[in-house]
Design a protein around this ligand. Structure first.
Ligand SMILES: C[S@@+](CC[C@H](N)C(=O)[O-])C[C@H]1O[C@@H](n2cnc3c(N)ncnc32)[C@H](O)[C@@H]1O
Length: 244
């Protein structure tokens, strides 16, 4: 099963945990208000950082790529007139719409394409993407999305995207994911694999910092590659701040 469909299943079975995989919150254990506070705290820190860059400040429109259930879209909407969340998973987007019903500063859209062709060039003042690119199995595809973030950003805007730069060998083994995928290919149901066997299909990819920097060259300006712990303390990760 391809990774996009897996995210759809996760969005049906345990959306909040699939977004923020705290082991104590598995099987729909997140308290919703506690969950959204994590997004608020994250975006407060990000916006403080963004404000340290000497960039023209426009706050019309922000894109939250891989928005899940809108944990960060909601927080971003407090800084922008319009916050657009896109996600590959229909189930995540349905849940996001339900959770944020009546909030007309937020928009949630399913995008299953390998690009952002649904948006014109120079549309957003900011593009934000955290704990998403790491789950995309193909490194070239990760770069393609980064290229799209640049295209849809208005000149002088800011992109903040996270991607691990290195994953230790032991974390690359991902036994729960491998067994999940093997049994799923044999026809075992997702519910059985997830709920009874306690497996999950989430995978972790990375892009070396040198590769990210080489990709950005000539397309955009790297403002900072900040150390980041979103992928866990044991995984080396960066939050890249970029403008064009
Ligand atoms: C770990 S969750 C993080 C959600 C959100 N960024 C947050 O931190 O609250 C990863 C999300 O990325 C989405 N995703 C994975 N691949 C994607 C793709 N190619 N395009 C858009 N969304 C994607 C998943 O469906 C899932 O909702």
């Amino acid at each position: 099963m391809n990774y996009k469909k897996e995210w759809d299943k996760l969005g049906e079975m345990d959306p909040l945990w699939a977004v923020l995989s705290d082991p104590t919150k598995r099987f729909n254990g997140w308290d919703e208000s506690e969950f959204f506070v994590t997004g608020q705290k994250e975006i407060d820190v990000i916006m403080q950082k963004v404000n340290t860059f000497d960039l023209p400040k426009e706050t019309k429109k922000v894109l939250d790529f891989g928005c899940g259930v809108g944990r960060l879209t909601k927080a971003l909407s407090q800084h922008f007139d319009d916050a657009v969340g896109v996600d590959v998973s229909k189930a995540m987007i349905e849940k996001a719409k339900k959770l944020h019903e009546g909030d007309d500063k937020q928009q949630f859209i399913v995008n299953q394409a390998d690009d952002l062709s649904m948006f014109k060039d120079d549309t957003f003042d900011m593009v934000y993407c955290n704990i998403v690119l790491q789950h995309i199995p193909d490194k070239n595809q990760i770069e393609r999305y980064i290229g799209e973030f640049i295209r849809v950003l208005r000149p002088g805007g800011v992109i903040a995207f996270q991607v691990p730069s290195k994953v230790p060998f032991i974390h690359r083994l991902q036994p729960k994911r491998r067994v999940y995928q093997f049994l799923s290919a044999l026809g075992f149901s997702h519910e059985l694999l997830y709920n009874r066997l306690k497996l999950y299909p989430i995978q972790m990819n990375w892009l070396p910092q040198e590769r990210v920097e080489a990709f950005l060259q000539g397309k955009a300006k790297l403002l900072e590659a900040a150390n980041d712990t979103s992928a866990g303390e044991l995984i080396e990760s960066r939050m890249y701040y970029v403008t064009k």
